[in-house]
Write a protein that binds this ligand. Sequence first.
Ligand code: ASP
Ligand code: MG
Length: 414
Amino acid sequence: MALIVQKYGGTSVGSVERIEHVAEKIAAFGAQGHKVVVVVSAMSGETNRLMELATAIQPQPDCRELDVLLSTGEQVTIALLAMALKKQGVAARSFTGGQVCIRTDAAHNKARIVSINQQRVSEALDADEVVVVAGFQGIDEHGNITTLGRGGSDTTAVALAAALKADECQIYTDVDGVYTTDPRIEPKARRLDRITFEEMLEMASLGSKVLQIRAVEFAGKYNVPLRVLSSFEDVAVEQTGTLISYEGESMEQALISGIAFNKDEAKLTVQGVPDHPGVAHQILGPVGAANIEVDMIIQNVGADGSTDFTFTVHRNDFQRAQTVLEQVTKDLGAREVSADDKIVKISLVGVGMRSHAGIASQMFEILANEGINIRMISTSEIKISVVVDEKYLELGVRALHSGFGLEQSIEVSQ
Ligand code: ASP
Ligand code: MG
C-alpha cells in the first residue's frame, strides 16, 4: 500500500463527464489498497473567465480581491469531484487550501507556500477517505486567501506530497509524459520513461510547458518523485508515464535526454562599444534597472579598441530594451544598436553530457550540415544552447533529434 498524491489539471476536469472519469480512475486506484490525496485545478478556461470578469471592472485588479475571486475556480472542482466519488461509493471529503492550512507568504497572486499542517489530511486518510484538495490556493498568516501563480496546482500537489512524505506525486494532464522534444515539431519524438529533476528544469524553463517550473524545483528540493501521466487513458490501461527523480544508480544514462526550444526571445547588439573596464556594467546596468531579464550574453574580443556586445531578452521586453539601449549607446559613444526578434533558442539537455566530451562539436556539425547558421552559443554542465534564425526551428530540432538518435530507446545494459 502506498500513499499517493494525484493532481488533475484543468482539461482533465473540464466537464462533468471528465470529472466522473477522473473519479473512476481514483476509485480504481483506491481499490488497489492505496491511500489517495487528490489536488485539482479549476475547470479549463475558468481561471481565465474569472480574470476577464475582474479586468472588466479594474484593468489592474486589486490583488487581494483577485485571489478571493480566482480561488473559487478550484473550490467548484473539489466539491464536484467529491460528489462524483461518493456517487461511486468511495468515501471522500473536499478541502480548500485554507482548510488544510496551506500557509503561504502574503504575496498575492504569486504566493509561496511556507508550511502545511497535514493533520486534517491525515485524519481523513485514517478514516479511509479520499482527500480532495483545491490546488493553487492557500492562506497567509492573517487568514487572507492567496493564490500561487498560474499553473500553481502542480506546486500544491508537490508540497502536499512532501509534507505527507507520500511515495509519489502523480501529475495527470493531457499528455502521457515528457517527450524528447515537442511532438508537434518532431512527430518522431519519444516519451521518456525517466528524466532527472535537473534535466526537467532545463526542459521546462526552455519551453516544454508540461509542469510548472516551481513545482519541479520544489519536488527536487524535497526529493518527491514526480510522475507525469495522461488523465484521458482508459481506467484499465496500465500507464507508466514519465518519472522525474534523482539519478538512480541503476539508471542507464542517456547522453541526451531531450531537445528544448524557446521562441520567446529576441537578440540585441550594441556595436562599436569602447573596449574598457566597466562597459558590460554600463550596458546591462540600465537594462536591469528597467526590470528586463537578460538570458544569454556575448562580448566579442576587442579589436581596434572597440567591441560588440550581444544579449537576449524576452520578446515582451524587446521594444523597451531597444529604447534603453539607444540611450546607453549615446552615453557610451558606441556606434549603433542592432536588434533581431526573428530568432529561436534550441537546446540539447542531458546529464550524460557531464561525462562526455564532444557533444557540442557534434551538435554544431549537425547544424552546419543543414546549412543552419549559429548566431550565439551558451553552455552549462548539462545543456548546450544555440540561437538560430526563427525559420530554422523545425529543421534544427529535427536534425538534432535524429542526429543524436533520440527516436530510439536506449538499450539498458545489465
Ligand atoms: N487554475 C489555475 C490556473 O489556471 C491553477 C492551475 O490550473 O494550476 O492557472
Ligand atoms: Mg495547469
